[in-house]
Design a protein around this ligand. Structure first.
Ligand SMILES: NC(=O)c1ccc[n+]([C@@H]2O[C@H](COP(=O)([O-])OP(=O)(O)OC[C@H]3O[C@@H](n4cnc5c(N)ncnc54)[C@H](OP(=O)(O)O)[C@@H]3O)[C@@H](O)[C@H]2O)c1
Length: 234
């Protein structure tokens, strides 16, 4: 059977490192689908992953996940390309840190659309369209376990992601679909720079380290990981 992984937020940070590591010769996948918004960075990321991929097929699908309904177009394109998804890595993430006084409902909704509703749609469409899913990896955050001052919308979206993963793990188990939730701590990416602008990125976890944990999760040994919400942090 062909195995295909869909990685959202694959243009940079943890998502790009995950696509790169899953493009190596020992990859469990025959096909890697990268999703992010159309940009020069995304084109470069696609070229980078393709150059490493050897016989593994790499497909880039541009989509703005702040509009969850676009997920239908993503699956239409998968249909056109003849790709059946076996693993979804819900990694795309957005944050706009602000205090309760400064937070707007608009920004809260945007955060929820990217961090929660699109992941929900990516999973639901795979089920509705009969993709042979066996693994779902949802990237939440330690911010979803412990709320932090100034991170209201982001922390709330990630807490919801942890809880949605719990529900799905229970609900999809009878269908042979494993649902794993991974909550990284601080990791040196653009998103982290927004949350902690003065921090030295060389002192914290690197995106390639999180990507190696994700790779483990996609392996046969990774199937033995029974943690409901796996935390990785320095
Ligand atoms: N870095 C950390 O400290 C940390 C800690 C815990 C959890 N996480 C989580 O890890 C995941 C990856 O984040 P990262 O740290 O690697 O951040 P990043 O480098 O900023 O990357 C975020 C990714 O999400 C994509 N994305 C954002 N908005 C999008 C939209 N509207 N439509 C489609 N894609 C969108 C971006 O693609 P484009 O902008 O190119 O579209 C990019 O590929 C996120 O879920 C984040 O919450 C990060």
């Amino acid at each position: 059977m062909t195995t295909a992984v869909l990685i959202s937020g694959a243009s940079r940070g943890i998502g790009l490192e995950t696509a790169k590591i899953l493009a190596q010769a020992d990859s469990p996948f025959d096909c890697i689908v990268m999703v992010a918004r159309q940009s020069a960075d995304f084109s470069r990321a696609y070229d980078d992953v393709s150059a490493r991929a050897g016989n593994i097929r790499v497909v880039a699908i541009p989509a703005d996940l702040s509009h969850p309904e676009i997920v239908e177009d993503v699956y239409d394109r998968l249909g056109t390309e003849g790709i059946s998804i076996t693993t979804i890595i819900n990694n795309a993430g957005f944050t706009k840190p602000a205090s309760i006084n400064e937070s707007t409902l608009e920004d809260f909704e945007l955060t929820m659309r990217v961090n929660l509703y699109s992941p929900f749609k990516l999973i639901q469409q795979a089920l509705h369209r009969g993709h042979p899913l066996d693994t779902i990896i949802n990237i939440a955050s330690t911010a979803g376990i412990t709320g932090r001052s100034g991170w209201l919308t982001y922390s709330a979206s990630k807490a919801a992601m942890i809880n949605m993963s719990e529900v799905l793990r229970d609900e999809l188990k009878p269908y042979g679909i494993d649902v794993i939730c991974l909550s990284p701590g601080r990791c040196a990416t653009d998103l982290r720079r927004k949350l902690a602008p003065t921090e030295d990125p060389s002192t914290i976890m690197q995106p390639s380290q999180v990507a190696s944990i994700i790779k483990l999760m996609t392996s046969a040994a990774g199937k033995l990981l029974m943690a409901q919400n796996l935390v990785v942090r320095t």
